[in-house]
Structure formats: structure tokens, C-alpha cells
Design a protein around this ligand. Structure first.
Ligand code: ZN
Length: 92
């Protein structure tokens, strides 16, 4: 290796957003990540939304979407009550 041109390859502590930490080697002393092998859905087998910018919440607010929206939609397809038009001479 040539002198004075290579960055310092040192022990590195990785901090994940889930609270997990582990050691590896890097040119940086510390790395902060959003997802790791302990919390990634591929390894946990659980469904999880990785939402770093609040995009899912914005979507849900915009379209009023909740988990049971499909059920409510099915309920809405039931018989509708017709709103009777007010009688023209009711208050006179
Ligand atoms: Zn993690």
C-alpha cells in the first residue's frame, strides 16, 4: 500500500433506528442507519412500513385511508336511505 493516501480503516459502531448496534470496520467511526438485519422485514418475517418522511401518514390523511376502509366501503354498499326533499309548504 502506498503511504499517506489511504483513509484510516478503523473499528466502526453502527447504530440502527430500532436500537440495535453492532460493530464492523469502516473509514468512519460511527454510522447511523434506519434499518438493519435485526429489524428488516425480510429477516423478521413481519410486515413493517419503513416510513422516514411521514409519507404514509400524509397519504392516509389525504385519502382518509384506514385499515378497515375496505370494510366500511362494503357496508356503504348496503341499501341507501333516500333523503326526502323538504316539503315546499312545510314552514308557511
Ligand atoms: Zn434495526
Amino acid at each position: 500500500m502506498k503511504d499517506e493516501i489511504h483513509p484510516d480503516y478503523q473499528n466502526c459502531k453502527v447504530h440502527c433506528g430500532c436500537g440495535n448496534t453492532f460493530l464492523t470496520r469502516s473509514t468512519k467511526a460511527e454510522i447511523h442507519v434506519e434499518i438493519c438485519g435485526a429489524c428488516h422485514p425480510f429477516y423478521t418475517g413481519k410486515q413493517k412500513f419503513v416510513d422516514t418522511a411521514g409519507r404514509i401518514q400524509r397519504f392516509q390523511e389525504k385519502f382518509k385511508w384506514t385499515g378497515d376502509a375496505a370494510q366500511r366501503k362494503a357496508a356503504d354498499k348496503g341499501p341507501k336511505k333516500k333523503v326526502a326533499a323538504p316539503a315546499p309548504s312545510a314552514e308557511q
